[in-house]
Write a protein that binds this ligand. Structure first.
Ligand SMILES: Nc1ncnc2c1ncn2[C@@H]1O[C@H](COP(=O)(O)OP(=O)(O)OP(=O)(O)O)[C@@H](O)[C@H]1O
Ligand SMILES: [Mg+2]
Length: 412
């Protein structure tokens, strides 16, 4: 029987459902559903009923297209409640002859994740980065090595319990099960980044409607995550205020004519602004529109740059920035980003699948497609991983390490 994976991206401006048929490691996207979303503020569900209705609409569309029922999804989580910290655990090697055993690895991961967690937060991801045996660092799998002291470095992502609960609740009320809740920029990274880029050092930046999500990778592991509470919606609102036009008009003017930088001839080019309340429509120069848009994009990108600079890894981002999300589609955004970051910037288009490429290969679907990729690569149970089941955590660590190992031994 065919096996399917669904990614459900609960965004601030749209809810997107991506259904893929799985054949081994190959993904064929067979359903894409989108529905406008207005039950969220800056990535967080604030209106349950509206969110449930949009989820149902997006899922029904995807189900119709795919011709299969959707009962379970991988869902994204974002918002400015997300905090990520780097944890470090140290243990003395207990095995015979100082040989590092699986039990030592389990203990050191436990030690690293045993951070003081406020009662209103939950751990979303524990992402192992490296092990250190005595003074030797950069070890991906220390099993069987000899040592006295074993250290582990992990990246821990936490979120507000209530925000996670509202996502579970909305999806549950839409009669589906959540297989895993995935940090949105982490999900997007699965769709738009190559393994080689993650190895070299790269930043994925998802410029959405409500938030701009950032994740930094180096040597194949996530190193830093951050969020800026501004996105494309703020740009639209600026256009609405600046041109004194309703938000819907402002949105289409932005999408069709907007640009983040001045181009030759934009003083002469004019755009029609529809009149409201019986008023006549009027014409403005394209340059005037750029004057409204540019400062906001500049603000968003500058705040994002400040977040990037907080990481110790900023100088190691050789592959630059991959900009994705609907906001990245605004003309001129890539140019402005290169200027502000002083790094190479490219547009991140979801890849790694066949099927409905015309629909799914849009930066808007980076998170949804990424959730499907994530689902394919993490076919284990979240509860086993994060619950009290030590065996589960252990299985997960071994699983992750096995993957590293295969990657390391893969013939070039
Ligand atoms: N062609 C385009 N040109 C400019 N902007 C665009 C274009 N297409 C979409 N956008 C903008 O992208 C934003 C939506 O992006 P996206 O769908 O990635 O956000 P979201 O996932 O709903 O929100 P978030 O991730 O912040 O919760 C909107 O502000 C929209 O105006
Ligand atoms: Mg989004």
């Amino acid at each position: 029987m065919a096996h399917y994976i669904t990614g459900l991206d609960i965004g601030t401006t749209k809810i997107g459902a991506i259904v893929a048929e799985v054949d081994g490691e190959a993904l064929t996207i067979v359903g894409v559903g989108t529905s406008p979303s207005d039950g969220l503020r800056r990535g967080v569900v604030v209106n349950l009923e509206k969110t449930i209705r949009s989820i149902q609409a997006a899922i029904s569309e995807a189900e119709r297209m795919a011709g299969v029922p959707i009962n379970e999804v991988y869902a994204g989580i974002a918002g400015d409640h997300i905090r990520s910290i780097n944890g470090r655990g140290v243990v003395a090697v207990a095995g015979e002859n100082n040989e590092i055993s699986a039990a030592d690895i389990r203990r050191v991961i436990d030690a690293a994740k045993a951070v003081a967690l406020p009662i209103d937060r939950e751990i979303l991801h524990i992402l192992p980065q490296e092990f250190i045996v005595d003074d030797q660092n950069g070890i991906k799998d220390p099993t069987g090595m000899a040592g006295v002291r074993l250290e582990a470095e992990v990246h821990i992502v936490t979120g507000a319990i209530t925000s996670a609960q509202n996502i579970y609740r909305s999806i549950g009320r839409a009669e589906m099960k959540v297989l895993d809740l995935v940090l949105e920029p982490l999900a997007s990274s699965y769709a738009v980044l190559g393994e080689d880029e993650k190895e070299l050092g790269v930043i994925v930046m998802d410029l959405g409607g409500g938030t701009t999500d950032i994740a930094m990778f180096y040597e194949g592991c996530i190193r830093h995550t951050a969020i800026v509470g501004l996105g494309g919606k703020n740009v639209t609102n600026d256009v609405a205020l600046g041109l004194r036009t309703p938000v819907e008009n402002a949105e289409s003017i932005k999408v069709n004519h907007g640009c983040a930088v001045h181009r030759d001839g934009d003083r002469e080019e004019t755009i029609e602004v529809p009149g409201v309340g019986g008023r006549q429509s009027r014409r403005i120069s394209k340059a005037y529109l750029v004057d409204i848009i540019q400062p906001r994009i500049e603000e968003i990108l500058s705040l994002a740059y400040q977040e990037i600079k907080k990481s110790n890894y900023v100088h190691l981002m050789t592959a630059g920035v991959v900009l994705t999300g609907g906001g990245s589609m605004l003309q001129g955004t890539i140019d402005l980003a290169e200027e502000i970051f002083d790094m190479p910037v490219k547009l991140g288009v979801p890849n790694g699948f066949s099927g409905l490429t015309d629909l799914a290969q849009s930066p808007i679907h980076a998170t949804g497609v990424g959730l499907v990729h994530y689902g394919l690569q993490h076919r284990f149970d979240r509860n086993e991983l994060l619950g009290n089941d030590e065996n589960g955590l252990f299985k997960w660590v071994m699983n992750t390490m096995r993957k590293w190992f295969t990657a390391l031994n893969r013939p070039a």
